[in-house]
Structures are given as structure tokens and as C-alpha cells.
Design a binder for this molecule. Structure first.
Ligand code: SF4
Length: 260
């Protein structure tokens, strides 16, 4: 990397960090997060909308429609981004478009840059995720102050300590995980009560839906997220780092379908 490119990036990061710090300092974020431990995701989302307004960005993997539905209820104008890696299941893209039409969500599909390496997942999955997920996320977040995700603590052992609100130190934005405390049962209950449509692959054994080269269906009783990067030590794509989320290699005890 050119030294000037690195320095410009570093300056941009410091500027974003200073901007966030002027909203709420780290202690303030911790207090807000603690106050939301027993709050409904709708209340957390309304707080986020009131606090950050148009500076909010939501990302959803559309493995289910729960986050999109909640966001649409609480902050209907919020932009919901689908990071289309180029390797998503056709069913996921169809599902997101159906929700755009039926729920009138404010959907934006973000693609990788044009010069990404084809089929990098075959020999360098970390590099593939960096180019097809992390870079597009950071491009989408440019100029925003807050990022809402569908991350849940029950997704994996690397996410069990995830705060509800915290600073993402790598991107200089306030990260909000309104579903952090929800269990699989909570998600199922909300989906049933609100009659939310299911992802087309959910009844075909796909407990967690990611990119087709890196996702396999799971057997009944198997941890749903064990179908992601199956047979490797990879458990995270690089989007969720720097909070209570930890990088980890274990694939035991993984659950959840909602986040990349
Ligand atoms: S999940 Fe697989 S195909 Fe998708 S971006 Fe990561 S390595 Fe590439």
C-alpha cells in the first residue's frame, strides 16, 4: 500500500472517531447499552433513529426478514443495505426484493468493486470476505455515524459478549445490535406473531444462509451455523470485530441465521 494512501486512510479514521466521540463518549455508550439489556428491539431502534437520523445505516443478510421488519416498523425511512457478494443464493436476492416490494423497505444493494478476484473463495476465503463483504460495508458506511446490524449473542461463541450499543473502533461508527439479546425462540415468536415470510431456503435445511460456495444445509439437530465455512476453522467474515465480538476458530455450539 502506498504510504500516502495509508496516511489518508488513518486521518479519515481519526476524523470519524472524533466525530463519534462528540456524540457519546465510550462511557456514555456503555451506559446506553446497559440500559437496553431488557428493552424490546423496537425501542432500541427508535432510540437509534432519534439519535442518528439520516446518519444511520442498516445492514441485513436477509437470511430472515426479522431485522428488516423491525426497522421498517421503528424507522421506516432507514436505508437497509444488502451486501451482495456476487455469490449470494438467488433465493436471498429474490427474498430481499420481495420484502422491498411487500414491506416497502428502503433497500439498497451494494456490490463489490469491479476488480475483485474471481473465485478467491476457493483458495483465500478471508481475502474473499474482505473484498466482497468488508470493503463494500466500509464504502456503504462512509459519511454515516451509526451502523445497525442483526447480530445476536446466540449466533456463535465469538458473539456471546456482544454489546447492544458500542463503538466500532475500526470504522469509527456507533454500532447498534438491537437483536443482541434475542434467542432463536424470540425470533420465531416475532416471526409468527407478525406473520413474517420465511427465507425460501429455511425449509430446505439451511439454518444459516450465507454465500452459496460457503454454506451447506445442516442435518436436524445440528447447529444451524455449522453449515457456514463447514470443514474449515473460519467462523466470521470480518464484518463483526472490535466490540464484545471476538475472533474465534471454534465452530461448536453455533446457532442463528440472521447475520453474515
Ligand atoms: S462467504 Fe465465501 S463466497 Fe462469500 S465472501 Fe466470504 S469467502 Fe467469499
Amino acid at each position: 500500500m502506498e504510504i500516502w494512501t495509508f496516511l489518508i486512510g488513518l486521518l479519515g479514521f481519526c476524523a470519524r472517531l472524533a466525530h463519534v466521540s462528540s456524540d457519546l463518549d465510550l462511557e456514555g455508550l456503555e451506559q446506553v447499552s446497559a440500559s437496553f439489556e431488557h428493552a424490546h428491539p423496537l425501542d432500541i431502534l427508535r432510540w437509534a433513529g432519534d439519535t442518528f437520523g439520516d446518519d444511520l445505516l442498516v445492514t441485513a443478510s436477509f437470511g430472515d426478514a426479522v431485522l428488516a421488519h423491525l426497522v421498517n416498523e421503528a424507522i421506516p425511512d432507514a436505508e437497509i443495505v444488502l451486501l451482495d457478494t456476487g455469490y449470494l443464493f438467488a433465493e436471498t436476492v429474490w427474498f430481499a426484493e420481495r420484502l422491498r416490494r411487500d414491506l416497502r423497505i428502503n433497500l439498497r444493494v451494494v456490490h463489490p468493486l469491479g476488480d475483485v478476484e474471481p473465485d478467491q473463495w476457493q483458495h483465500d476465503p478471508d481475502g474473499c470476505c474482505a473484498a466482497r463483504k468488508v470493503e463494500p460495508l466500509e464504502r456503504a458506511l462512509a459519511g454515516r455515524r451509526a451502523w445497525i446490524t442483526g447480530l445476536r449473542r446466540t449466533d456463535s461463541p465469538t458473539r456471546t459478549d456482544a454489546p447492544i450499543v458500542h463503538l466500532d473502533p475500526f470504522r469509527g461508527v456507533t454500532k447498534i445490535n438491537p437483536l443482541a439479546t434475542w434467542s432463536d425462540a424470540d425470533v420465531a415468536d416475532y416471526s409468527e406473531v407478525e406473520r413474517i415470510p420465511a427465507h425460501p431456503l429455511s425449509d430446505r435445511g439451511y439454518g444459516s444462509v450465507g454465500c452459496w460456495p460457503c454454506t451447506r444445509p445442516v442435518a436436524p439437530g445440528e447447529d444451524p451455523r455449522s453449515g457456514r465455512w463447514s470443514g474449515t476453522t473460519k467462523t466470521e467474515c470480518g464484518l463483526h470485530v472490535g466490540g464484545g465480538e471476538r475472533r474465534g476458530a471454534s465452530t461448536s455450539g453455533l446457532r442463528g441465521r440472521g447475520t453474515p
